[in-house]
Design a protein around this ligand. Structure first.
Ligand SMILES: [Mg+2]
Length: 351
C-alpha cells in the first residue's frame, strides 16, 4: 500500500554503527536549558534544578505494535515519540528530553532509517524536546524501537493514578475510539490490496480516524490548559489501552469505584459512522479500543466551574466509594460492571 519512493538503497553495513548514529542524529539541536550534555559522550547530562524528574520507557516491536505495510516510517517515528510524551503528560509533567534506541534488520536501507528519524525529528521540534542519546544495533528480524522520555514537574504539581476520591468527576480530553476505527479501516484496505495490488485505497471518508491511528498527538496542550484553568487533577492516566482498562487502573490505585455514563463518552461523528459501517458498537470501541492517547483524569467537584463548557474536556462520570464497584451506566440506565478488555500487546486483543 505504501509505495517506497526512495529509489536509493544504501546498505547500513556501508556506514557501521558509529557513523550511522552520527548520520541519523546530526540535525538534532539542543533547546532545553536543562540539557547540559546531549549526544556525543558516554552519557548525557541533565540538570533538573529544583524540579522533579519523571521517566517513562516504551518498546515498539514490528508485527506486534505496528505493521509497516500501511504505517509509513516517518509516521512511526512520530508516533513512537507521542506514545512516550503522552505518559509524561499523564504525570502532569513537561517532556524535555528523549533517548531513542533502535534494532533493525538488514532489510532496512539507510534511507528507511532516515525516514524514521525524520518523524522523530518533527516530533522533537514540535514538542520542544531534545534527543540526547540512544543506541543502534542489528536485529535478526524486523524493527524494534525503544524510546525513553524524560520530563520535569514541580513537586506540588505531580499527578498520580492514586489520588481519586469519592465524588470526584471523571473527565476525558478530546474524543476516543478514533485510533481503533482508523486501524480497522487500514486493515481492511490491506486485505483489499492483497487481492488487488493495483487498488488505490480511498481513505477520504476516514481522514480523521486514520490520522488518529497513524499520527496521534500527545495532549501536552491539555496539561497546559489545566494549568491555565488552575485545575490540578486528583488523578490522571493516558488512554493507551481503552477507557475501561484505564479507569480500572485509576480506581484500583485510588481504592475507589466509579460510575461512567455511556451517553457522556465523547465520540467523533466519523467514529460513529465508521462503527455503523463496520457494524461495531461505538461504546465497545470507546471502552476497549486503544491508542487514542487522550488523558483520563479525575477532578474535584469544586473545580467543575473552571472546566464547564470547555470543548476539550468532557465529564463522563464520577468516582464512588470502592464497595460500590466500577460500572458503566448505559443509555437505558442499566448498570454494567466494567471489565478490562483493552488492547493488549501480549495477544489478548479485543474480539
Ligand atoms: Mg500510560
Amino acid at each position: 500500500m505504501i509505495e517506497d519512493k526512495n529509489q536509493q538503497r544504501t546498505p547500513l553495513s556501508e556506514l557501521g554503527e558509529f557513523k550511522l548514529i552520527e548520520h541519523l542524529t546530526q540535525h538534532f539541536k539542543i533547546t532545553q536549558e536543562t540539557t547540559i550534555k546531549g549526544i556525543g559522550d558516554d552519557a548525557a547530562i541533565i540538570d533538573i534544578k529544583d524540579k522533579q524528574i519523571v521517566v517513562s520507557t516504551d518498546l515498539l516491536v514490528e508485527g506486534v505494535h505496528f505493521d509497516l505495510s500501511y504505517v509509513p516510517l516517518k509516521h512511526l517515528g512520530y508516533k513512537a515519540m507521542m506514545v512516550n510524551i503522552s505518559d509524561i503528560c499523564a504525570m502532569n509533567a513537561k517532556a524535555t528530553q528523549v533517548t531513542v534506541s533502535i534494532a533493525v534488520s538488514n532489510r532496512f536501507p539507510l534511507e528507511a532509517l532516515e525516514e524514521l528519524y525524520a518523524g522523530i525529528s518533527t516530533a522533537s521540534k514540535l514538542y520542544n524536546i531534545d534527543v540526547i542519546g540512544g543506541d543502534t544495533t542489528s536485529s535478526t528480524s524486523g524493527l524494534i524501537i525503544s524510546i525513553t522520555a524524560i520530563g520535569e514537574v514541580n513537586a506540588n504539581d505531580v499527578v498520580l493514578r492514586s489520588g481519586a476520591k469519592p465524588n470526584d468527576l471523571i473527565v476525558v480530553s478530546g474524543d476516543i475510539g478514533g485510533a481503533y476505527m482508523g486501524l480497522q479501516v487500514l486493515e481492511r484496505e490491506k486485505e483489499v490490496f492483497k487481492v488487488n495490488p493495483n487498488s488505490q485505497p480511498d481513505l477520504s471518508m476516514y481522514t480523521y480516524i486514520v490520522e488518529r491511528q497513524l499520527k496521534p498527538e500527545a495532549r501536552k496542550d491539555i496539561v497546559d490548559l489545566l494549568q491555565q484553568l488552575n485545575v490540578k487533577p486528583t488523578s490522571m492516566i493516558d488512554i493507551s489501552d481503552g477507557l475501561s482498562s484505564e479507569i480500572i487502573h485509576l480506581c484500583k490505585q485510588s481504592n475507589v469505584g466509579c460510575d461512567l455514563y455511556e451517553n457522556k463518552i465523547p465520540l467523533d461523528p466519523q467514529v460513529i459512522s465508521t462503527c455503523e459501517e463496520f457494524n461495531i458498537d461505538s461504546t465497545t470501541i470507546a471502552l476497549n479500543g486503544g491508542e487514542d492517547y487522550e488523558l483520563l483524569m479525575t477532578i474535584s467537584q469544586d473545580d467543575f466551574p473552571k472546566i464547564k463548557g470547555n470543548p476539550n474536556l468532557t465529564v463522563v462520570g464520577y468516582i464512588t466509594e470502592k464497595d460500590r464497584g466500577m460500572h458503566l451506566v448505559t443509555r437505558g440506565e442499566t448498570k454494567i460492571p466494567i471489565i478490562a478488555k483493552g488492547w493488549n500487546a501480549l495477544g489478548e486483543n479485543i474480539e
